[in-house]
Design a protein around this ligand. Structure first.
Ligand SMILES: [Zn+2]
Ligand SMILES: [Zn+2]
Length: 179
């Protein structure tokens, strides 16, 4: 899939999402049409284009709503996996040990209240704490626990884990600050 080869693409899943909006830095397109040929050829569709330059308020509102949808969605991690060519090791040599692969932990804790939640460095708060955090939206507010191992740590939304966990899991999770 070509999508998987693009490191800059992030896929998220949002239950019951039916909105279609295409956004760039200068324009927003809201339309009933799905961006694939079937719709273009077979369906009656309508859409509106909002220009940031001529209608900044509306553009900002559309942008905000799109960002909100991304925030409430679950990111789907797309991994690029190369199929390695299998080499037959020479019979007189002991095959080298393959490097052990770190697997992503399923469970983590809320960096504020230590409640058990799904491990996801992009969402390190439990629902209750997130709602409270949202009133201030301070991404550098220092909390009390590492999101993954739970140790006492000045975690923030930007850096939700202790350094050890960051080092250990940076290849299996996407971390907010490591853009
Ligand atoms: Zn919490
Ligand atoms: Zn940790």
């Amino acid at each position: 899939m070509w999508l998987q080869s693009k490191a800059s693409i992030r896929a998220s899943f949002c239950k019951n999402l039916h909105a279609k909006c295409f956004l760039n830095e200068s324009e927003a397109l809201i339309t009933s049409m799905n961006l694939y040929e079937f719709s273009q050829v077979n369906n009656e569709e309508m859409g509106v284009v909002v220009s940031k330059e001529t209608d900044p308020t509306l553009y900002a509102a559309v942008y905000e709503e799109a960002m909100r949808l991304i925030r409430v969605s679950d990111e789907i991690r797309v991994t690029v996996e190369k199929v390695a060519k299998k080499e037959t090791p020479p019979t007189d040599r002991v095959p080298t040990r393959s490097r052990s692969k770190v697997s992503a932990p399923q469970k983590g804790v809320c960096i504020r209240c230590n409640a058990e939640i799904a491990a996801n460095p992009s969402r390190p708060y439990c629902n209750d704490c997130y709602r409270i955090w949202q009133q201030y939206e301070n991404t550098d507010y220092k909390e009390k626990h590492c999101h993954i191992c739970g140790v006492a740590n000045e975690s923030t939304l930007n850096k939700p884990t202790c350094y050890t966990c960051y080092r250990k899991y940076k290849t299996v999770f996407s971390f907010p600050s490591a853009s």
